[in-house]
Ligand binder design. Sequence first.
Ligand code: ATP
Ligand code: MG
Length: 575
Amino acid sequence: MPLEESIRKHALKNALDYGKADAKSVVGKVLAEFPESKKDMKGTMQKIALEIAAVNSLTKIEVAKEVQKYEKEFAEIAQKKAESSGVQKIELPNAEQGKVVTRFPPEPSGYPHIGHAKAAWLDFEAARAYDGKMILRFDDTNPEKESQEFVVAITDGLGWLGIAHEPPTFTSDYMEAFYTYAYSMLENADAYVCTCPAEAVKKGRFEQKECACRSIGAAETIARWKGMHEGNMAEGSAIVRFKGSMTSPNTVMRDPTLFRIITASHYRQGKKYRVWPSYDFVAPIIDSLEGVTHAMRTKEYELRDELYFAILEKCGLRKPELVEFSRLSIKNAPISKRLITPLIEQKKVSGWDDIRLPTLKGLARRGILPEAIKTFVLSFGLSKVESEPGWDKLLDENKKLLEPVSPRRYFVQDPAFLMVRGAPGTIARIKNHPSNPGLGIREIGTDGKFMISKADAELLCVDDTFRLKELYNAKVIEKTPNGIVADFLGHDLIECKKIQWVAKEDSIPCEILVPHDLLLKDGGFNPSSLETQNGLCESSCKELSVGTILQFERYGFVRLDSISSAKLSVVFVAR
Ligand code: ATP
Ligand code: MG
């Protein structure tokens, strides 16, 4: 490919991504491909300028059409980038191209969190790596905890992440099948109905002792099973137990519970059933019935593998491969519904979308992009290594995505007044992004009266020369309790301190919500987990739509959370 074509290719791609091609972005890519063109920088820059002008005169559609020629090449570059960023290729044991079926089986008992994102992305990418498919299955056999609200929240969460799936299936739709398998296990004495009090069951497991229910004959066992369904047995009065081994070194195998009585109404099945299967019973059967080839679950289930296969053996069902990976945990963050739900019930957080929560809703409000979550969770691959990263890795990934596309604005924290005497009425024309011309410019009228941040104000001393960024220079004459008085020094760019400002008459109060770790080191709630900072930002911020992620220069990225006539509320994203 000649140099000219390389220039055109990158100019086109740049125009496609950012609306307009920009020489600064193109030159680096061209030099990387043609290092020798560095020798004649002047000539190279001229060629680039020519192509940029040509490309910028094309319509969007023309650009898109021409870029298609290089589609494959750009896809490869993206792939390499993904690999170097740590996204690992997923390999499954005994997998056949085109035949892999995985499943993501959330229980609809809460809003999805970043741990679910890890499992879902691994399930999805594993299937994709083998041109297979992933089933979304709502694992809903506990009527006390589940609801339609959570089904919707999980479906929405997957959509937000960008995970495609077939219409979902529901474990509770398979109840008749579970009963049929249970019945034959009871008849074959592979399972029994135990009416011992819960305490006695626990004690028996600990002391490795069998109970009398275990050896009751089939006829009586079936009569008990029917009693469980017919409503003459109360909740907690009987359970179905698998006949494992009470002396097994694996405590999971000490006659685990397969069914229990729950009388609460189920969000889908109503009062149709009162005998509900346990996770241990349904998981292997439904995986097998649904044609799952590779059942992936987190490492803490490893001890349950033996039971998973024992149940399939007794039911005469096909055995999927079990694949385990490590559970995602992040320092001082509650990545589990078991930990999140009480925080919500006790109103320690504002709801499932509280910006301190690791829920997808919370992360979205906190300005974390789904692409960053994907890269972050997939970077661990199927490894079983337990690690406890902080938020940094995710936030860095997120920043990489935000940096080129977030509009800039000025914000001054804890504002202090600045008066520039002798300043001409000047309209500042400021680029919304230093290297992304597609984001345009903004114009701010000034009249010599400004607000600057308290931190900047404190650092300025009498006689100091400074520059109001993108505007003009001034010299401090006096510092008074009411603010700083300075003299206008001219527009020319000079070497001096540059500071952010807002025009006093063209600013709006802005509150920044800053999330901190929700949990303390000991796992308790951190009462200082939500901080509020205050300041002023340019009033043009009001024209951005809620949800926009922008960068307050020299402060950091923030996400616009709400706008009222009196103030803006934004959430801190990253430095
Ligand atoms: P939770 O503690 O949040 O209730 P769970 O495992 O009970 O977790 P489910 O809704 O049953 O939640 O989980 C659906 C899938 O998501 C399961 O395969 C589970 O292993 C996986 N998963 C849940 N939390 C994590 C996590 N922190 N890291 C990785 N995978 C997770
Ligand atoms: Mg669960």
